[in-house]
Write a protein that binds this ligand. Structure first.
Ligand code: ADP
Ligand code: MG
Length: 249
């Protein structure tokens, strides 16, 4: 296995009206290609801070973030967004879709930034929406879709540049339980297809859908363990992952 994401001695401090708040203590974490990992901890423990740093959305106060073998410490904003856009897909609790824009155009957006021509953008956006089961909802705006469908649009958007890694920050946090299962099914399917999935959650049950759980409290990693009693979002996935393991053994 090779590391796809690595943080070394990463910290994050905020300046607040003259005083300093250190929300992330020196942190080391290696995420291997093809893993499904959950970062779990209570509200305010620093999960989103860590995820934003891992995903190159925020710079650490100290330490290094290595993405696909490249140390990003000396990267400028353009280099960071370029690497992020190519390698990492994001899924957020609140979906972060453009409200007045169709599902298709929302999914095209990362490809606009990547400078991909219009025809190819539309073709790939359509394929990504079909992959998440929304081939019949291309022209609908977010308001015309259920929460679960909106999150599936966001997953399609995260996939459209064929990232190595998908990062999800409380991706089921705004969903009812049925839609939550839908979204966890998608994430486990992506993992089964070889994509590295990093999931941030306050919910132990959601975390147990991963293979490995990193627990964070007060801005530091307090445990890092393989999941013994993994939850599968569907029987089909359970069977698929069993077979994979048997082939590997
Ligand atoms: P979690 O995602 O685990 O709920 P966060 O990473 O969002 O936690 O926040 C960790 C801590 O950092 C919290 O105490 C939060 O108030 C603080 N924090 C987050 N963002 C900022 C910011 N921009 N300025 C100051 N403090 C922040
Ligand atoms: Mg958070």
């Amino acid at each position: 296995m090779s590391a796809v994401l690595e943080v070394r001695g990463v910290t994050r401090r905020y300046q607040l009206e003259g005083s300093e708040l250190q929300v992330l203590q020196p942190t080391d974490l290696v995420i291997e290609q093809g893993e499904m990992i959950a970062i779990v901890g209570p509200s305010g423990s620093g999960k989103s801070t860590l995820m934003h740093i891992i995903g190159l959305l925020d710079k650490p106060t100290a330490g290094e973030v290595v993405v696909d073998g490249q140390d990003t410490a000396s990267f400028d904003q353009n280099q960071l967004s370029d690497l992020r856009n190519k390698r990492i897909g994001f899924v957020f609790q609140s979906f972060n879709l453009l409200a007045k824009t169709s599902a298709l155009a929302n999914v095209e957006l990362p490809m606009v930034y990547a400078g991909i021509p219009r025809g190819e953008r539309q073709r790939r956006a359509k394929a990504a929406l079909e992959r998440v089961g929304l081939g019949h909802r291309l022209r609908n705006t977010p308001a015309q879709l259920s929460g679960g469908q909106q999150q599936r649009v966001a997953i399609a958007r995260a996939l459209v540049n064929e990232p190595q890694v998908v990062l999800g920050d409380e991706p089921t946090g705004n969903l009812d339980s049925t839609s939550g299962v839908e979204v966890m099914t998608m994430l486990q399917e992506l993992h089964a297809q070889g994509i590295t999935v990093v999931l941030v959650t306050h919910d132990d049950r959601v975390a147990r859908h991963a293979e490995r759980v990193v627990r964070i409290a007060d801005g530091r990693i307090v445990s890092d363990e393989a999941v013994q009693d993994r939850i599968f979002a569907s029987h089909e996935l359970e069977r698929l992952m069993r077979e994979k393991k048997e082939v590997a053994a």
